[in-house]
Design a protein around this ligand. Structure first.
Ligand code: NAD
Length: 323
């Protein structure tokens, strides 16, 4: 059905990009991927793959040749241990901005019709996320802007960049703000992993009677969305008439302590929790899906337990393979 449509996925070597490529292939698209690295879990079935750095405008130009729709997911990113320590701020700001500037401008010059941009819940102001039980993350609450990380500021700048190209150059833009996406084939070790993968790894590696370490007091709240639902949201947004920005996340918030207990319960092990100092982010964050329901007539359905069980099993297997 979609064979004549050629699409580009930037960041195809990464977690969400890899899953998105496979989803687009299953829908019949011809897909080109581009990334600094190949997908480490081999989970990427693009028709063509360009190994290259999108900070180089020539790589961006080459990548968009003959393409009608672009999904821009390439970013210098990681979990709290990567984006909240301050040590990677310059690289996050420089690399991610250049990827966005180059991909968007190349798309404009080469007549790409529609472009998707992956923003983040990290753009929301810190002052609305101090209470773990009552965070505010509705789309219009992004301003006055006060993200708590340079990663969030770059995402906000880039949202505005894409909207400017839509306004001035008539490009069709779609912007989603993802909230903590998790699942198999995500980074699970090495320093860039996010909380769900890191906690699954610690629990999977522990023996009965062991204790695992959690950053902070564990009372901070978050919501987590399974990868397949994220990809479904991306596709629905891309096919809709709505530009966004719109949240793509789960509205089921849970404290990190309860989240850890859930993973321990899934493992069937008897494991204790120690709280240690570490990079944290805001006290509370949850997706607000009112706009998502209104504009896309859709919301995620899968339970956290179901998604985490699949992810836990996958990480347990990875530990065996690398042991
Ligand atoms: P990921 O790190 O697995 O994927 C990002 C990919 O971008 C990586 O494979 C990386 O190599 C590539 N990349 C980085 N710099 C590049 C460059 N200069 N040239 C080419 N490729 C480059 O991350 P992900 O979880 O798949 O996230 C995808 C997008 O979604 C990112 O933009 C991220 O900021 C956004 N996002 C993700 C989450 C989440 O929970 N995973 C939440 C909010 C937003």
């Amino acid at each position: 059905m979609n064979e004549s449509k050629k699409v580009l996925v930037c960041g195809a070597g990464g977690f969400i990009g890899g899953h998105l490529v496979n989803r687009l292939k299953s829908e019949g698209y011809w897909v080109r991927g581009v990334d600094l690295k190949e997908n480490e879990f081999g989970n990427m079935n693009a028709d063509e793959f360009i190994l290259g750095d999108l900070c180089d405008p020539e790589v961006a130009n080459k990548s968009v040749q003959g393409i009608s729709e672009v999904y821009q997911l390439a970013a210098d990113m990681g979990g709290a241990g990567y984006i909240f320590t301050g040590e990677n701020d310059a690289s996050v700001m420089h690399n991610s901005s250049l990827c966005n500037l180059n991909v968007l401008h190349a798309s404009y010059k080469h007549g790409v019709k529609k472009i998707f941009y992956s923003s983040s819940a990290c753009i929301y102001p810190e002052y609305n996320q101090m209470d773990p039980d009552n965070p505010k993350c509705s789309e219009e609450s992004a301003y006055p802007a006060a993200p708590d990380s340079e990663y969030g500021w770059e995402k906000l700048f880039s949202e505005r960049l894409y909207m400017s190209y839509q306004r001035n150059f008539n490009m069709e833009v779609r912007i989603a703000r993802f909230h903590n996406i998790f699942g198999p084939q995500g980074t699970w070790t090495g320093g860039r992993e996010k909380a769900p993968a890191a906690i699954c790894r610690k629990v999977a590696a522990a023996e009965n009677g062991d204790r695992i370490e959690i950053w902070g007091d564990g009372k901070q709240t978050r919501s987590f969305l399974y990868i397949d639902e994220c990809v479904e949201g991306i596709r629905l947004l891309m096919e809709s008439d709505f530009t966004g920005p719109v949240n793509i996340g789960s509205e089921y918030a849970i404290s990190i302590n309860d989240f850890t207990k859930l993973i321990i319960d899934i493992s069937g092990k008897d494991i204790g929790i120690d709280h240690i100092p570490g990079p944290l982010g805001v006290r509370g964050r949850n997706s607000d899906n009112n706009l998502l329901r209104e504009k896309l007539n859709w919301e995620p359905k899968m339970t956290l337990r179901e998604g985490i069980s699949i992810t836990y099993d996958w990480i347990k297997e990875q530990l065996k393979v690398t042991a």
